[in-house]
Structure formats: C-alpha cells, structure tokens
Ligand binder design. Sequence first.
Ligand SMILES: Cc1ncc(COP(=O)(O)O)c(C=O)c1O
Length: 365
Amino acid sequence: MDVTELFVPWYDRIKPYKTDDIAMAWQNQDFHRMFVNENPVGPSEKIVEAVANAVRLGNRYPDNGVRIRKKIAEMHGADPDNVYIGNGSSEIIELMCRLFLAPGDEILLPNPIFSLYELRALNVGANVVSVDVTPDMQYDTDAMLAAITPKTKLMVLCNPNNPTGIFIPDEDIKRLLGTGIPTLFDEAYLEYHPDHESKDYLIKEFPNVVVSHTFSKAYGMAGIRFGYALADETIIQAFRKIQIPWSASLLSIAAAEAALDDTDGLRKKIEYNNAQMRYFYDELSGITGPKPYFSYGNYIIVDATDLGVKGQDVVDYLFDKKKIMIKAVKTLKDRPGIFRISVGTAEENRECMEAIRAFFATRKG
Ligand SMILES: Cc1ncc(COP(=O)(O)O)c(C=O)c1O
C-alpha cells in the first residue's frame, strides 16, 4: 500500500520549512548566524531566573496565560479577550491560514515578504497571489488592490516589512483593510521602534484584522517561543477552537512575563540593534555599486543586481571566507542581486562589513 495516496492532495506542495542552515549553525558554534533575524543578545538573568522557577512547576499544565494576557491587553489598550498567546507568531500565521483559507482560495502577499505565510497557505491547499514591491521597495498598494479576486480570502501586511525594512503609509493600510479581506498585520519587528505606534487600535475599527507580535526579535527569545495576536474577540475565540491546547508552555509564558517587566533589558537591546543597523547602513552606503535600503528591522537588504552580482554570490563568498551566514533574497525576478544581513555581535558586524568590502573590491577589478 502506498500510504501517500491516502494523504490530502495538497500535502506535497511544500517542503519542510528550511532549517538545515540553522542545524548547521548549531553544530558549528564558530559560524556566524546573521541569516535568520535572531537577536545576538541573549535573555537577561531575570528571564533565566523566571524560567528556572517555572520549571519547578513543570508537572502542571499551564493556564491560558491569564496574567500575561492582562498585561499585554493593558499595553495595547485592549481587553484580555482580545489577546491570544501562542508558540511564537508562526502559530498566529498558521491559525490565520487554517481559519480563513480553504483549498482553492487565494492568499494575497506582497513580494518580497517573510516566506512562512506562503508555505502555510499552500499547506492548507490555497494558492498564492504575489505582488512585487515598487522599485523603491515600497508596497505597491494599487497593484495589490487590483490583484484581489472573489477567491482572495486572506492578505498579509508586515510592518515593518521583512526583508525590505519599510513601514507602510497609514493611507495604504486603511485602503487595504477597507476591502474587508481578513488580514494578518504582522508587527514582528515593531518593538525595535518604540517611537512608532502599534496599529493595535485597528482591531476596534476592522473586525477583519489580526495584529501579531513576537518575542523572537527585539525581546531576543526566538528559541523560547512566545508570540501573541490582538483581534476582535470573535476571531480570538475561533483561534481558541482550532488551536492545539497549551501551545504556549509554562516556561515560555514565564519568560515572556519576565521580559515584559525587564524594560531596561529591552531598551538596551533596542539601542544596540539600532546603533548596529545605522553602522551597516552607513558603511554599506560608503561602497560604490551595491545599494543598501534603510531598514527598521534587525536586518538590512542590499541590492547588487546592477553590478551583475547574484545575492547568492555574496552569501557564498562570506561563508567561504569567514563562515558568516547571510541570506539571498531570490523572489524578485528582475533583482537577483539582493542579499539580506541580520545584525550580529559588534565584532561579527565589523567582520561582515570587511568581507563585503573585499567582495566588491574584487568585483571592481
Ligand atoms: C515577519 C515575521 N513574522 C513572523 C516571524 C516568525 O517568528 P516567530 O514564530 O519566532 O514569532 C518572523 C521570523 O523571522 C518574521 O520575520
């Protein structure tokens, strides 16, 4: 018997999310992980202590984060019933796809954007409609609106966008949400910019929007796994129906609560990130040829297409010379020269810049 014949027809449309590089980095601690937008600064002692204390209660199932949902709700001027907590914001992406997409439906995505939305949508049998950003890396709102069909059942806006690092203008957000299409509004990197408001208030105006956050980026807890969604209570209750119970573990809830209290720790991480982002932008701007795009995330993209360079050439060079791992951005067909660097330690960032300068020096010759 061929058991695959019994699988749902769309199970084979995706490959497992690519984690080989992460596995390789874990096995080789001397490799420099500047490819998955991690925070190079680890959790503070306060977080470590909170997790250690929670471990002692690890024989018990967690609750639904009664305390932390209250805290998160207060931060966002919402009610705890508007808050869903889960295993990173990846879980929110999964729940959105499972709640809104049936086989044959369409998900509307700007391109380039974080790859997981597409994968999870394909995995529930939906089709992807991708709309390229404008030449200056902004969302092409007119083209997105024009790409909507009766089958469009989900849309994702990522603010600031990964990998382009831009914020979407308010008018564009309103125009897109005004379509009534269920929308995931992903604020994974927003905490790096406390001066930029969360669009949390949109959940009051638009029952079709879900705003998601993660502790994997500015809070530096990617391996601990904690994220949350804000939405109208109706959607939160639907998430609760389709979720896997206890997806946010006792340990991750404890870590997240401690991280929320550790405002000083968060501030230091933000200051560090933004100083290093400025360093990259200034240094990259000083090289003739490749074009860096200013970014509000913990990553920056550089486009070297006009030099006849492929993003992958730079990725391979940095890895061969210095075991620095960065990422090629390959989804813009006419811009194959884009690569993305995630902020590392100060030393890693200096080394990375040195290698990039050396790469482009050889190209000139
Ligand atoms: C835009 C965006 N959203 C969500 C995620 C998923 O993060 P997590 O599941 O760790 O919260 C990422 C990870 O890189 C991301 O870039």
